[in-house]
Design a protein around this ligand. Structure first.
Ligand code: VG1
Ligand code: CO
Length: 543
């Protein structure tokens, strides 16, 4: 094997955000960009000599070429083994599970997740550690430091490997193992859920539509839902992963998964609708005429998890990201277990899961998962819902309403202003942050502000402190608004405003969330002038 050492210089801005390094595909595929970052990654983790890494991506445009580069670079850096998904594709949950199963030293996941793909879309690279979870900030910090001093990268002068052929080939001293991840993932799901019970549900005529959005989950969903569980053929739609996701935006929200939402609100709606995102870690679940708010989904799943075999002994604790509604906290209280509030991004759940302090975690952005892996897991959530429906014998909407009747309802909405000028967005946040200290005790649009702060998190396991994770404004009576900037975008800035209001069990549980939250929305506008300052009449995405 001939190894070439190529001289290079640091590239600005190779800094991971909420979930890995994400850039426009054109940026990532420019000569040397991926190479610099991968070498910095190897250098930042102390080298990969004699290690084993898992590699795979969500199949988006440039995935295949990027993997070939990574294989050649890993071989040139003396790695012992690479475990690569067939055709270069691994859903994020499958990659996490593979890292754990095979006791790999970590994994490289090529994904920009819910961001659009294609030559004009986005690309991303994420590093996961040996626990199967996204690298914590102390690790990404070392990688960033390495991007700033890089002088050369190493790459093997070898022909490309046929990624479609399952089996093992060698590149110099490196074993390159191509695996089909679907069976292994399906087997893991069989250990957690009562497949026989779910088969019975489908036999009784239960109808499901699962929209894989032409992304990574398709093959797993078809195998598990249709082949193993007996959902009718055609229950999985858009099941073939495509490099441009069929021209769509693989984010399962009401805007980008509109056809599924329309179906579920139509007269001919099946019993359950569900969708996952580009890399398969997110999920949305809908019943007939009802989209389950992701924050509610976390709470309902936590309250009913004991009905599935994998969780029959109960939960150690629940964790949610700070902007996620506090519906899960009420469940934790009722169950007598702890509820942790972490910054946005799955990397903050890793320590809690490793320490056995939390069993189920979730985010308002349509992510739920458990201690079976160290990533959120879209299909897992769908299977847990199916298991619960099969056990309880009532539909999705009834389960959710029943939950509100016993625990109360957290009306919730997130308003996103996308592709805002970065300076405008930064100034808006900075100004509100300045004013936070003076807000407590004041009134806005007739609403009393009880307290306001900038969320900081001290990890209870390793004591690490993460600051500036979102501006929180608490109103008397328990309502709240949170404002933060997205850390996953690639163009301008996205302002996210999260709003919630608690209605106790005896209250009005059947309002339209936008109506229920209208006063909070207006108060936030008064406080921030977000619409005026961004020149938008309304948010781009409302979830
Ligand atoms: C968003 C979500 C966050 C999620 C992250 C990665 O981050 O808000 O909850 O963990 O995406 O999800 P941000 O910084 O844009 O708000 V995924 O499925 O895109 O990897
Ligand atoms: Co994702």
């Amino acid at each position: 094997m001939t190894i070439r050492t190529i001289a290079t210089t640091p590239i600005d801005g190779q800094e991971p955000g909420t979930s890995g390094l994400r850039k426009k595909t054109a940026v990532f595929s420019a000569p040397g960009y991926l190479e610099n970052y991968i070498q910095a990654l190897f250098d930042g983790i102390g080298g990969v000599a004699d290690q084993t890494l898992v590699v795979g991506g969500d199949g988006r445009f440039f995935n295949d070429r990027a993997i070939q580069t990574i294989i050649k670079m890993a071989a040139a850096n003396g790695i012992a083994r690479l475990i690569v998904g067939k055709a270069g594709i691994l859903s994020t949950p499958a990659a996490s599970s593979l890292i754990r199963d095979r006791k790999a030293d970590g994994g490289i996941i090529l994904s920009a997740s819910h961001n659009p793909g294609g030559p004009d879309g986005d690309f991303g690279v994420k590093f996961n550690t040996a626990n199967g979870g996204p690298a914590p900030e102390k690790v990404t910090g070392r990688i960033v430091a390495a991007t700033r001093v890089i002088q050369e990268y190493r790459i093997a002068d070898e022909v490309e490997i046929d990624l479609d052929r399952v089996g093992e080939v060698r590149m110099g001293g490196t074993a390159v193992e191509i695996v089909d991840p679907v069976d292994r993932y399906a087997a893991l799901m069989e250990t957690l859920f009562d497949f026989d019970k779910i088969v019975g549900l489908f036999r009784s005529g239960f109808r499901l539509t699962f929209d894989a959005m032409h992304a990574a989950t398709g093959p797993y969903a078809t195998e598990i839902l249709e082949n193993r569980l007996g959902a009718a053929t055609g229950s999985v739609i858009n099941g073939t992963p495509l490099p441009d996701f069929g021209g769509g935006h693989p984010d399962p929200n009401p805007v980008y998964a509109k056809p599924l939402f329309d179906l579920m609100f139509s007269a001919d709606a099946p019993d359950m609708g569900a969708a996952s995102d580009g890399d398969g870690d997110r999920n949305i679940v809908l019943g007939r005429g009802l989209a389950v708010a992701p924050s509610d989904s976390l709470a309902v799943l936590a309250a009913n998890a004991h009905l599935a075999p994998g969780y029959k002994n109960g939960l150690a604790g629940i964790a949610r990201s700070m902007p996620t509604s506090r519906a899960a906290d009420i469940v934790a209280q009722a169950l007598g277990i702890a509820c942790f509030e972490t910054p946005t991004g799955w990397k903050f759940f890793g320590n809690l899961l490793d320490a056995g302090m939390a069993t189920i975690c979730g985010e308002e952005s349509a992510g739920t998962g458990s201690n079976h892996i160290r990533e959120k897991d879209g299909l897992w959530a769908v299977l847990l819902w199916l298991n619960i429906v099969a056990e309880r014998g009532i539909g999705i909407a009834d389960i959710v309403r029943d939950h509100w009747v016993s625990h109360g309802r957290h009306y919730y909405t997130r308003h996103d202003y996308e592709d805002v000028d970065a300076e405008t967005a930064g100034a808006l946040v900075a100004e509100l942050r300045e004013r936070l200290g003076a807000l407590a005790g004041t009134q806005v649009n007739g609403l009393d502000i009880e307290s306001a702060d900038d969320f900081a998190y001290t990890d209870p396991v390793d004591g690490s402190l993460t600051e500036h994770q979102g501006l929180r404004i608490h109103f008397t009576g328990g309502a709240r608004a949170v404002l933060r900037l997205s850390g996953t975008g690639t163009a301008g800035a996205t302002i996210r405003i999260y709003m919630e209001l608690y209605e106790p069990p005896a209250g009005d549980l059947d309002q339209d969330p936008q109506m229920a939250l209208a006063a909070i929305v207006d108060a936030v506008e008064t406080l921030t002038s977000v619409r005026a300052r961004t020149g938008r009449a309304a948010p781009d995405v409302v979830t």
